[in-house]
Ligand binder design. Structure first.
Ligand SMILES: O=C(O)c1cc(=O)[nH]c(=O)n1[C@@H]1O[C@H](COP(=O)(O)O)[C@@H](O)[C@H]1O
Length: 237
């Protein structure tokens, strides 16, 4: 289970990310690389992380026409990362072509898992209805996107912990639920709306935690990481 906690490396440069890893002795732990770091450092960052033994979730949230996404995924697959994502809102053909690109570009036996982003954890029901004009109940819409992504070849979804158990019921036990918005009790919500503790993630069917600021903004990141691990593995005592 420990390998199912991905630390969000939301830093502006590799130097800062690497210093953070070194200072806190986070050698070889699973990491999520997002747009901020990747757009600065590119593929060589992925190579360095791989050399240092990290499992990698490359979070670039692709959303474009199907052919463009297919070709981008073909290139991304060559990086040898473990998980990548697209927006479910890109549609059925886009998700299918993303999978096709990954299959075509992957080294033998190492195809990254394709994960579809549903409704961002920074949104609540009101924002979804009023701003995006997506009608209905947020949970039901997330479940719909999850099942739709599964039908079109995704291996899992990014969702909040709150939707994870229902997704498992509808999409099956092997369909992955990757859950950001993880917060230890004492942490600030920041810009997240659908947050949950690691203990609740454990109870509610999450497969993979993505944890960023609850660790990186903590005064003692090493102990915050250990607390996330402890809650995730054993719940709250
Ligand atoms: O795809 C993601 O990783 C993602 C989807 C989502 O709905 N919400 C979300 O927060 N994320 C990412 O997960 C991380 C959460 O960071 P913290 O809020 O600092 O824990 C960020 O890097 C986000 O880009």
């Amino acid at each position: 289970m420990i390998e199912n906690i991905y630390l969000a490396l939301d830093f502006p440069t590799w130097e800062e990310a690497n210093d953070f890893i070194e200072w806190n002795e986070f050698h070889g732990i699973p990491v999520k690389v997002g747009m901020e770091l990747y757009y600065r450092e590119g593929p060589r960052l992925i190579e360095s992380l791989k050399e240092n033994g990290h499992a990698i979730f490359l979070d670039l949230k692709l959303h474009d026409i199907p052919t463009t996404v297919m070709k981008a995924m073909k290139n991304i697959a060559g990086l040898g990362v473990d998980m990548v994502n697209v927006h479910a809102l890109g549609g059925s053909d886009m998700i299918r072509r993303a999978k096709e690109g990954l299959m075509a570009g992957s080294p033998t036996n190492h195809e990254p898992k394709l994960i579809a982003v549903t409704i961002m954890t920074s949104m609540d029901n009101a924002a979804m209805n009023d701003e995006l004009k997506i009608q209905g109940n947020l949970q039901n819409n997330v479940i719909h996107f999850a099942d739709f992504a599964r039908e079109n070849g995704a291996d899992g979804v990014v969702c909040s912990v709150h939707e994870a158990n229902r997704i498992k019921d509808v999409c099956g036990a092997s369909f992955l639920t990757v859950t950001p918005g993880i917060r230890l009790q004492e942490s600030a919500d920041d810009d997240q709306k659908r947050i949950a503790t690691p203990a609740f993630a454990r109870e509610n069917g999450a497969d993979i935690l993505v944890a960023g600021r609850t660790i990186t903004n903590s005064r003692n990141p090493k102990s915050a990481y250990e607390n996330v691990q402890k809650e995730w593995l054993y719940g709250v005592e």
